[in-house]
Write a protein that binds this ligand. Structure first.
Ligand SMILES: [Zn+2]
Length: 139
């Protein structure tokens, strides 16, 4: 079994509305995401998966959903405050923490992977010193 990892970046703003501190204010991050998939080497391509195909999947899921948007919990408070906002809002059922964004990413990326390739690990950096990690416990 071999793993390959693709790193991407995207820009987004969010607010953690129930947070007792400055994260309840709208602020932005340059999110850095590392996506690791694993599988056997395909003897026809000598690859687990083409990096280009993995990048395309990440563009259709993570980038299309989150890049240059304002990410908010779909709460009555936020829907009232931002009802006249004309920009792009990504609504989430939860607060848009790195942890909950990872949960969304896992469910969005997994069904698009080729057969025999599985998602192993996702690491989402909000800052250089703060990141959340999801690991596939099934191995
Ligand atoms: Zn933040």
């Amino acid at each position: 079994m071999i793993s390959i990892t693709k790193k991407i970046e995207f820009e987004a703003a969010h607010r953690i509305s129930n947070y007792p501190g400055s994260c309840s204010e709208i602020h932005g991050h340059t999110y850095k995401l590392e996506v690791t998939v694993s599988g056997e080497i395909n003897p026809e391509t000598d690859m687990v998966m083409d990096f280009k195909n993995l990048k395309e999947i990440l563009q259709k899921t993570v980038i299309a959903h989150f890049d240059h948007t304002l990410i908010l919990k779909k709460s009555t408070e936020n829907q009232t405050i931002f009802s006249s906002y004309l920009g792009k809002i990504t609504w989430m059922e939860s607060e848009p923490t790195a942890e909950q964004m990872l949960v969304w990413m896992v469910s969005s990326i997994t069904p698009r992977l080729p057969s025999g390739v599985s998602l192993q690990k996702l690491k989402l950096h909000e800052t250089s010193g703060s990141f959340a990690t999801w690991k596939n416990i099934k191995g």
